[in-house]
Write a protein that binds this ligand. Structure first.
Ligand SMILES: C[S@@+](CC[C@H](N)C(=O)[O-])C[C@H]1O[C@@H](n2cnc3c(N)ncnc32)[C@H](O)[C@@H]1O
Length: 308
């Protein structure tokens, strides 16, 4: 069954309403107080301090040139969300090929979570449900959440259309959250991570595998060349004339914050258990836990109805 979250039911077109809210809060990606800084301002002081230190180091490296950082696609999300609506038919073939057949292996890392049969798991940015399919085979209950109706339409089980930045779930209902190649596609990392943390039970874990951005310039340039020249070729060979749909990967890669910075941001919301770069830093894997002190646990009865 596909559930529509309340923002999608509103009279105003949901995407536009999220967009307007986003513009009002942050003034878009071109505003001097960019997304990253705005998000940071809402968070604790020591994070700002770490970010300042990071930027100071970067400024030294760039000989004083001003450095702007952001985390999240911002306005670009509206362009990429149209691609996600068109890609489902060729998504599996294309993503296998452009990852050199590694994508399944990276997703399988999710089995390092301490899973138990019957766990309720949120698959955030589920797409067609690649992560959910793996987890269900293990006996977990999953709820798939995605912004794209066309992606969800090709999945099975409980599915809800919604955005990370405004989750339609109660607090503290999920045992774990998994994000398979979807964090990099969010509008705003800070809002996304904050909301996902709220939806987790105390002691619940988050597993993320995502496109990253290496800090080393040499690695960055090499991987950019891969996205520019190799990805279109592999997409052409695997999906035929649909290959331009995979051009969004380069846009995502170029707009990603550096892995070091994402790690800082993740540390702010979760206790980090593992952060590992793979494929020269173009992919990273993260496992974090909600510390017991930040308990928001609800009665077991709420398991039956995770949404508001
Ligand atoms: C690359 S696909 C990943 C699909 C699947 N998890 C996998 O492992 O293959 C990214 C998905 O994230 C969804 N997405 C991107 N931004 C989102 C947001 N802000 N809220 C909800 N879903 C989002 C897209 O619609 C897309 O289906």
């Amino acid at each position: 069954m596909i559930y529509e979250s309340h923002i999608f039911k509103s009279k105003v077109n949901s995407v536009v309403s999220v967009g307007i809210a986003y513009q009002l809060c942050y003034g878009g990606v071109n505003h001097p107080l960019n997304v990253f800084e705005a998000t940071c301002c809402l968070q604790r002081g020591h994070y700002l301090h770490r970010k300042k230190a990071f930027l100071a180091k970067r400024r030294q490296e760039t000989r004083g040139a001003s450095v702007h950082m952001k985390s999240g696609l911002g306005n670009l999300w509206f362009y990429l969300s149209q691609i996600y609506e068109q890609v489902p038919r060729v998504y599996d073939k294309g993503s296998e090929a452009v990852s050199l057949w590694q994508v399944r292996r990276w997703r399988m890392e999710v089995f390092k979570l301490p899973l138990k049969r019957g766990d309720l798991i949120l698959d955030a940015g589920s797409g067609k449900g690649a992560m959910s399919d793996l987890l269900r085979r293990f006996g977990a209950d999953t709820v798939m959440l995605d912004a794209s109706l066309n992606m969800l339409a090709q999945g099975n089980g409980d599915r809800v259309q919604g955005v990370f930045e405004r989750l339609p779930f109660r607090k503290g209902v999920f045992d774990h959250v998994v994000m398979g190649f979807s964090l990099h596609a969010s509008i705003d990392y800070g809002l996304t991570l904050g909301n996902l943390r709220k939806s987790l039970k105390s002691g619940g874990r988050i597993f993320i595998v995502s496109i990253g951005r290496p800090s080393s310039r040499v690695k960055y340039a090499l991987c950019l060349a891969y996205f520019e020249f190799v990805v279109p070729l592999l997409a052409l060979l695997s999906t035929g004339k649909e290959f331009p749909l995979f051009s969004g990967l380069k846009t995502i890669y170029q707009n990603n914050p550096e892995n070091e910075l994402v790690r800082c941001q993740l540390d702010e919301f979760f206790e980090t258990l593992e952060f590992k770069e793979m494929a020269l830093g173009t992919v990273f894997k993260y496992v974090g836990v909600v510390a017991a002190s930040s308990s928001q646990q609800r009665s077991p009865l709420s398991r039956r109805s995770p949404w508001i």
